[in-house]
Design a protein around this ligand. Structure first.
Ligand code: HEM
Length: 426
């Protein structure tokens, strides 16, 4: 038998717990309240799974929009949009030559928001190819590929190739005329490789022509293999940014700031915890220069801004423009000219001059040059600034090749007509 006091206590306990419920749930998920002191800001970055990828503090240069142009982040957010919309599309899509096209029509006609979902996926995919390319240009033109970031550059080049391949494999899935002939042209370029070309093409298509086997292979590569590869590489890419001491920045012109707090010499040298391994003086106790800021909220707010901007642009474009869907596949009626996806039109243009050099030779040399750039250019000067004078030669070579690529793509897209003859779009 319980007494009145015990009853009241139990009641207060239950009511108390209910009243405390929101606060208790919050503190069980987030170890800190919204931070208001520097210690709490640091602790927030450490204890939150999603935030702990950030260092506690970052150099101010990292947050200069004119330096990074936010291009790496935009690439990431486009990839995230692709995953979310891609998974939703998978509920409707069937990788079969007899059903794929009808499923596209269903998305247009009967599935709620189906067309919008497809538009978002399609435009994000195109945008990602362009933005990743621009991000690579920014990294090169600011000399950010140099020591100690050589390997992250190499991972970046592989990321670019994986992004192109991811987009290419998705191109086939609607199974319309555009998809079929673009992939037929694209994969025939692979066939120009000496010795192994035809075998490579066969492995890719699972057959000698684009058909059911190719559709299935492209589907599996597109929804499973390549996204997994990208997730892994992006994770390594970000991890390396941390390990390489954050984003590149110009060498400080003045000697590093004197310790702000006076500490005993042996204490000053001491490095605390994991943070201590990050390059740069600002993680050491008592040696905090003024040119770094707390990730929370500075970096986080900048990231949030880029996220909202990216999603908004994709939403508006997807509302305004519909992804193309041509007639269903007709293997007897190739369009004239049959064109590869736009990002491979530079290759197709070069192939029209020489199949081997345009399709294989020159792209392979370019890819090798890109991979080896940080190991060939060992001059440590001019890092962290756009178009540094010390890097005039490297930047000129890179820009010339990049602009040539863009010009070839523009020619292939707008100036090529039937039988690949020169036509004026005006
Ligand atoms: C899926 C593709 C990619 C994603 C999501 C991605 C993401 C990022 C992000 C978020 C950053 C930090 C912020 C910024 O610089 O904008 C970064 C930096 C970097 N990225 Fe990428 N990146 C990708 C592809 C590439 C490519 C293609 C390259 C080069 C070929 C590259 C090389 C680098 C390097 C070297 C850095 C460090 C830059 C510095 O220290 O200033 N990344 N990347």
């Amino acid at each position: 038998m319980t007494t009145d006091t015990e009853d009241r206590k139990a009641e207060a306990g239950v009511w108390g717990a209910l009243r405390q419920l929101p606060a208790n749930v919050w503190s069980s998920v987030f170890r800190n309240p919204l931070p208001s002191t520097d210690l709490e800001r640091a602790s927030t970055s450490f204890t939150n799974f999603f935030l702990h990828i950030h260092p506690v503090k970052v150099h101010k240069n990292t947050l200069r929009p004119a330096y990074t142009l936010g291009l790496g982040l935009i690439s990431l957010f486009l990839f995230l949009i692709l995953i979310v919309t891609g998974v939703l599309l998978m509920f409707y899509y069937v990788p079969s030559t007899t059903q794929a096209y009808d499923r596209m029509l269903d998305l247009r006609g009967t599935v709620a928001f189906g067309i919008f979902l497809r538009n978002m996926h399609r435009w994000s995919a195109h945008a990602m190819v362009g933005v990743v390319f621009l991000h690579m240009c920014r990294v090169f033109l600011t000399g950010a590929y140099k020591k100690p970031r050589e390997f992250n550059w190499v991972i970046g080049v592989v990321l670019l190739l994986a992004t192109l391949f991811l987009s290419f494999t998705g191109y086939l899935l609607p199974w319309d005329q555009l998809a079929f002939w673009a992939i037929t042209v694209g994969t025939s370029i692979a066939g120009y490789a000496p010795l192994v070309g035809k075998q490579m093409q066969f492995v890719l298509l699972g057959d000698t022509t684009v058909g059911q086997e190719a559709l299935l292979r492209f589907y599996v590569l597109h929804v499973a293999v390549l996204p997994a590869v990208l997730v892994l590489l992006i994770a390594i890419h970000f991890w390396r940014i941390r390990k390489d001491g954050g984003l590149s920045r110009p060498e400080p012109s003045a000697p590093p700031a004197k310790p702000v707090v006076k500490v005993r010499m042996e204490l000053q040298k001491k490095i605390y915890g994991l943070q201590g391994f990050v390059r740069g003086p600002f993680t050491k106790v008592g040696n905090v220069p003024d040119d770094s800021v707390y990730s929370w909220p500075n970096l986080l707010m900048a990231e949030l801004f880029v996220f909202v901007l990216t999603v908004s642009v994709i939403l508006v474009v997807s509302l305004a423009f519909s992804a193309p869907l041509e007639q269903p596949v007709n293997v007897m009626h190739p369009p004239n000219p049959a064109k590869a996806p736009w990002y491979f039109l530079g290759l197709q243009e070069m192939v029209s001059y020489s199949a081997f050099w345009g399709g294989i030779g020159i792209p392979t040399v370019f890819a090798l040059l890109l991979l080896l750039a940080p190991y060939i250019d060992r001059n440590p000067k001019g890092v962290g600034r756009w178009f540094a004078r010390e890097r005039l030669l490297a930047n000129t070579i890179f820009l010339t090749l990049a602009v040539l690529n863009v010009i070839f793509i523009i020619i292939g897209t707008f100036f090529r007509g039937p039988n690949w003859t020169f036509v004026s779009p005006f």
